[in-house]
Design a binder for this molecule. Structure first.
Ligand code: IVH
Length: 711
């Protein structure tokens, strides 16, 4: 092999230093100075140099982070200094901290009036312990804790962790072992799971499990794809490095050497200081970017640590003070389906009661059907339940290895409910491509009752003044009103029984209800509370169909078209549905059309509507603008090939709206519609300054002129 030119060697050193510097800015300080492409360029330059001169490659070269070989097994590593475990305070209240301080003081023989002991307080990271061995500042080995005496050599995988420096700054000591925790940030975990979900792969249960699993992958390429992080929290064996005299100063020194040390730490005095730290971190726990399961207290003075010593495998100078666990195992007794206030159907696991996150949990959400299937939760399964902060408890995963032989069948929401809402027996529906099933009996379903009434009475709907949340609660809870039609049967006398309701306000409300009888079709449609049908859509429907009956007819047609399952592609089906009248209405896409169809297909809703009309709810006839020829007097010329419709179809559509379609362009032409390969007519239009529409603009013009909102 030829000698390496000295300028090449120097360039390699310079590149390595730059890359290490930017790596530290990015992974450890979270404050990058250069854009990623710039970093990638430096990296590629170094890779090219090393490819050209392989003897340039060093153990601490950033190019060596990835690309290790697939191993058969991990080699055992005997720890130079055993990796100890740490005693845990079982009392998760302030007593935990006070007990520890009292023990320390007793062991040190301190009298009651002696000054408080100084402690280093830090977080207890929820990942896995790692020993990093640096020889003359270069990372040479990373090992798991194992049984404390002997761990496994996971160097290849740990090299892929961006925040682990491959070379320390200003450390030339023959040996410096750094101990700390490999973990995964929550955002990285969420992204990883989103990726798994997209790829149709199994999602991971929690960041701790992925971190531990990734470090123990025999194929380093897999570890490299899992974004892991590292925090240093202590030392292992040391030779030739002057160890500072306190734990907090050790962490400062490690930080100065380029290692990531968590900023959430403090030096505190005595038990009060520990308690305050424990409480402060508890309040922050859910907002941290990573999981912790407690805090760790360490006597700060190394001299005192030495005096305290060890019992069995635990130092007497340190303790873990835990928080209530946020995850527990329990058994699924049943999977119920709950109906929300909007009609959304949510599968809920009924659990063997379990104490988690500070409360006893008996229910946990399973979000939706796809989620249950993806996690494959079945009755009888042992599951991991998580309750973090005020978030509703959720089932994060199944312990498949504990599934009993008589576990339930795979989850099938529609099958379990026989297609009926468990609250009201209305049909359940799920739009194509949507995640949630819902009850389509919005006007009738007791679960949706209060919502439906409030919405119905709203200012932009039926506008019943004075019918607010508190009153609706009382009317429904008192059994006076079951659905919106019952409102019109209320008598002033019935209100007397209600709280805080004088005779005068009772009469006012009766009057307001009475007045709401005279409305408009648009308001009425909006008041029905059909999901996805807002004010504008309701107005568009009213203007387009003119009467409720015509709209109902179109909804029924749409339902039939939905049910028809031809042997067709998804695109062909979508096109077929798009031709349905309902989808001709501006603002109404396939999801909205499906919602409208299932709403009017539900007999319960129709009964309530009929009762409303019997009670005298009415509206003036809407003059349909469709025949009104909004394009009357306008002259169009069509040229070129249109994509979505033939020239004849376009002509028909324009004529139906009153436009004249001419054969040649003149000064009298209002618009030229130009498709592909338009020729001389387009040129002429441009010459005369006649506006030219493409196909999309034509579509828009047609839609816009089809209706005018009436109120
Ligand atoms: S110190 C002699 N500090 O908790 C004390 N450990 O048994 C040795 N851990 O799995 C440990 N955060 O990985 C220490 N700030 C921290 C820690 C911490 C998490 C883990 C450690 C080990 C367990 C201790």
């Amino acid at each position: 092999m030829g000698a390496i030119p000295s300028e090449v060697a120097q360039r390699a050193v310079a590149l390595r230093e730059q890359i290490a510097y930017h790596n530290h800015r990015y992974y450890v300080l979270d404050a990058p100075e250069i854009p990623d492409v710039e970093y990638d360029r430096l990296f590629r330059d170094l890779q090219e140099l090393e490819a050209q001169y392989p003897s340039l490659v060093t153990a601490d070269s950033p190019t060596q982070r990835v690309g290790g070989r697939v191993l058969e097994r991990f080699a055992p590593v005997r720890h130079a200094l055993p990796m100890l475990s740490i005693r845990t305070e079982t009392d998760s209240g302030p007593a935990g901290a006070r007990n520890f301080d009292a023990r320390v003081r007793r062991e040190l023989g301190l009298l009651d009036d002696a000054p408080p002991v100084e402690y280093a307080a830090e977080l207890k990271f929820d990942g896995l312990a790692i020993n990093l061995r640096y020889d003359r500042g270069v990372l040479v080995q990373a090992a798991t804790r194992g049984d404390g005496e002997t761990g496994e050599d996971v160097t290849q995988n740990v090299r892929t962790v961006g925040s682990v420096p491959l070379r320390l700054r200003g450390v030339e000591a023959p040996v410096l072992e750094v101990r700390g925790e490999i973990y995964m940030r929550r955002d990285a975990f969420d992204r990883l799971n989103a990726r798994q979900r997209e790829a149709g792969e199994k999602t991971f249960v929690n960041p701790r499990n992925v971190a531990a699993g990734s470090i123990r992958q025999l194929d380093p390429a897999i570890a490299a794809r899992r974004p892991l992080s590292f925090f240093a929290y202590g030392l292992g064996a040391v030779q030739g490095w002057s160890v500072p005299s306190t734990h907090s100063a050790i962490l400062d020194a490690l930080q100065a050497a380029g290692l990531p040390v968590c900023g959430e730490r403090a030096v505190v005095q005595g038990a009060d200081g520990l308690v305050a730290f424990h409480e402060r971190i508890a309040a922050q726990r859910d907002a941290l970017p990573f999981d912790i399961d407690g805090v760790v207290y360490k006597v700060n003075e190394l001299a005192l640590q030495q005096r305290l010593g060890f019992v069995t495998r635990e130092p007497k100078w340190a303790v873990a003070h835990k928080y209530p666990a946020q995850e527990q195992l329990t058994v699924v007794r049943a999977i119920d389906i709950q109906v929300g206030r909007t009609g959304k159907l949510t599968p809920v696991a009924k659990l063997e009661p379990v104490f988690v996150g500070g409360v006893t949990v008996t229910n946990a959400t399973l979000h939706n059907e796809d989620e249950v299937r993806r996690k494959d939760v079945r009755v009888g399964d042992t599951v991991i339940v998580r309750r973090a902060g005020d978030v509703i408890p959720e089932v994060v995963g199944v312990m498949l290895e504990r599934r009993p032989a008589d576990a339930g069948a795979p989850f099938d929401l529609h099958g379990q409910l026989h297609g009926r809402c468990p609250e009201c027996g209305s049909a359940i529906a799920r739009e194509e491509g949507a995640a949630d099933w819902h009850c389509s009996g919005g006007l009738y379903c007791p679960a949706q009752r209060k919502n439906a009434i409030l919405h119905f009475a709203g200012r932009r709907a039926m506008d019943i003044e004075g019918l607010g949340e508190k009153l609706v609660d009382q009317l429904v809870d008192g059994g006076l009103v079951h659905d919106v039609a019952d409102l019109y049967a209320l008598q002033a006398g019935q209100f007397a029984a209600l709280e805080r309701m004088g005779e005068k306000s009772a009469q006012n409300l009766i009057d307001a209800i009475d007045q709401s009888r005279g409305t408009t079709l648009a308001r009425f449609l909006f008041a029905l509370g059909i999901p996805e049908v807002g004010e504008a859509t309701a107005a568009a429907l009213a203007a387009y169909f003119g009467t409720l009956e015509v709209l109902q007819q179109a909804a029924a047609d749409y339902g039939r078209a939905l049910a028809q399952s031809d042997d067709e592609t998804a695109a062909a089906r979508a096109r077929r549905l798009k031709d349905q009248t309902l989808q001709q209405v501006p603002d109404v896409g396939p999801e909205v059309a499906e919602r409208i169809a299932s709403f009017f297909a539900e007999p319960h809703n129709l009964t309530v509507i009929a009762r409303l009309r019997d009670a005298g709810v009415e509206w003036p006839e809407v003059k349909v603008e469709r025949g009104a020829q909004p394009l009357a007097g306008k002259t169009f010329v069509l040229t070129g090939t249109l994509e979505s419709l033939s020239r004849d179809q376009a002509k028909e559509k324009l004529q139906a709206l009153g436009a004249k379609v001419a054969g040649s362009v003149s000064k009298k032409t209002d618009y030229v519609v130009a498709g592909a390969e338009a020729g001389s007519k387009l040129a002429k239009a441009e010459e005369l300054g006649v506006p030219v529409l493409d196909e999309e603009a034509l579509e828009r013009l047609i839609q816009d002129s089809k209706f005018k909102i009436q109120d």
